[in-house]
Design a protein around this ligand. Structure first.
Ligand code: PMP
Length: 414
């Protein structure tokens, strides 16, 4: 595959790599090849510095102090909410709830939106390709409410069978869920189409955007869903940051989930009143420095241009897929027509974990295991896969080094 010269010059990956100090290190004496980006991304200097400079110069709690530092911290923190709203084209900053990650976001929807509406016989619809964060919270509230969790099937290529999903959108479904991009297969799901059909039936739709936001432009209004959840640490931001975007009317109707400071208007023993969204859902001191880092992460994406990121990553995905397909006995799990740069695979005669352990000795970081997607592993009849997940700061040379290492460690296991 040839890299078009125009893209190569616009997307200067070597310059970009210089912004990520960790990429320059060695592991077991070998240059690091970091292909575990779906697990968590590395952080650019601007994010690291934003966190450090918050602690060095501006540290104070938010929304509580009238002193200068408190104002600086609050302005910086609330400014990130504005950036996030613009980044996903939310109609209002008040629809952007800051959470500790996708997991907290889906649990918030489970307990605050779904549970109060559930009655015996109701259902929550998800799919067979979901991360546990988009399965287990629904099971927990379904058990309490006498409801069931249904999973729409996928096919052997790792694509959602959309007609089956739509056929399962029956009146007892109180929430439909789907991942925008699979963390195991890389499959991109047709969220717009699903959202359109959900709206026709009056069923709210939650989209897990954890693996989409790092790779593609996301516009929640264009998608047409009701809830969109994502996590910061996979998109260059610190751990413990995340977002739940939800339509204003849902947030207005949802009772608070966590109680405590920051989320109240007035507390009295004869009845407490609550703040308006988003603060109604943000009890306690948040991850202030983490979100300030997330603001810097958004700035970084915007300095590159998310379309340029996507284009480069698609080239890397095509190249890596082509190189892996050439290896005899290698089976790629997940061959959807539209994918983000995640490649799960198995190699005949070798355990995924053994391969990952040996690859680490070659400096290559990939993930092996079930990837928090047990039902998906059950569908493919495997206990685990090896997963190489790429980011825009990866290179074709790294893919070549990965393939060389894979062939070498395979020999050791034969
Ligand atoms: N959904 C998907 C698709 C994911 O890949 C992940 C992270 N592996 C999560 C949810 C959970 O994200 P977090 O642990 O940051 O809450």
């Amino acid at each position: 595959m040839n890299t078009p010269a125009s893209t190569a010059t616009v997307f200067d990956v070597e310059r970009i790599r210089a912004d990520f100090p960790l990429l320059a290190r060695t592991v077991h004496g070998k240059p690091l090849v970091y292909f575990d980006n779906a697990n968590t991304s590395q952080k650019p200097v601007s994010v690291i510095e934003a966190v450090a400079s918050h602690y060095r110069l501006h540290n104070a709690n938010v929304s509580r102090a009238v002193h200068q530092l408190g104002e600086e911290a609050t302005t910086a923190y609330e400014g990130v909410r504005d950036k996030l709203a613009a980044f996903i084209n939310a109609p209002s900053r008040n629809e952007v709830i800051l959470t500790s990650g996708t997991t907290q976001a889906t649990n918030l929807v489970a307990y605050s939106f779904v549970l109060p509406r559930l009655k015996a016989g109701d259902a929550i619809l998800t799919t067979a390709m979901e991360h546990h964060a988009n399965i287990v919270p629904w099971q927990l509230v379904a058990q309490r409410g006498g409801a069931t969790v249904k999973a729409a099937p996928i096919d052997e290529r790792g694509e959602l069978i959309v007609e089956r999903y739509l056929a399962m959108l029956t009146p007892e479904v109180k929430l439909a869920c789907v991942t925008h991009v699979s963390n195991v297969l890389g499959t991109v799901n047709p969220v717009r189409e699903i959202a359109r059909e959900c709206r026709k039936r009056g069923i709210p739709l939650l989209v897990d955007g954890s693996q989409a936001v790092p790779h593609r432009a996301v516009d929640v209004q264009a998608l047409g869903c009701d809830f969109y959840a994502f996590t910061g640490h996979k998109m260059l931001a610190p751990t413990g940051t995340g977002v739940l975007w939800a339509r204003r009317e849902h947030l207005a109707a949802m009772p608070p989930f966590f109680g405590g400071g920051e989320m109240i208007r007035e507390v009295r023993f004869d009845g407490t009143t609550f703040a308006e969204p988003p603060h109604k859902f943000e009890a306690g001191t948040p991850n202030i420095a983490g979100f300030i880092g997330m603001g810097a992460a958004i700035d970084y994406y915007q300095s590159l241009g998310i379309e340029a990121v996507h284009a480069w990553e698609q080239q890397l995905l095509a190249y890596a897929t082509e190189r892996l397909r050439d290896i005899p006995g290698l089976r790629i799990i997940g061959e959807a027509a539209e994918k983000e740069p995640v490649i799960s695979f198995l190699l005949d005669g070798a355990q995924a974990t053994d391969l990952a352990t040996l690859l680490d000795l070659e400096g290559v970081a990939v993930r092996s295991g079930h990837h928090c997607a047990h039902p998906l592993m059950q569908f493919f009849g495997v206990p685990s896969t090896l997963r190489a997940s790429l980011a825009f700061y990866n290179t074709r040379e790294e893919i070549d080094a990965f393939v060389v290492a894979l062939l070498k460690v395979r020999k050791l296991l034969m």
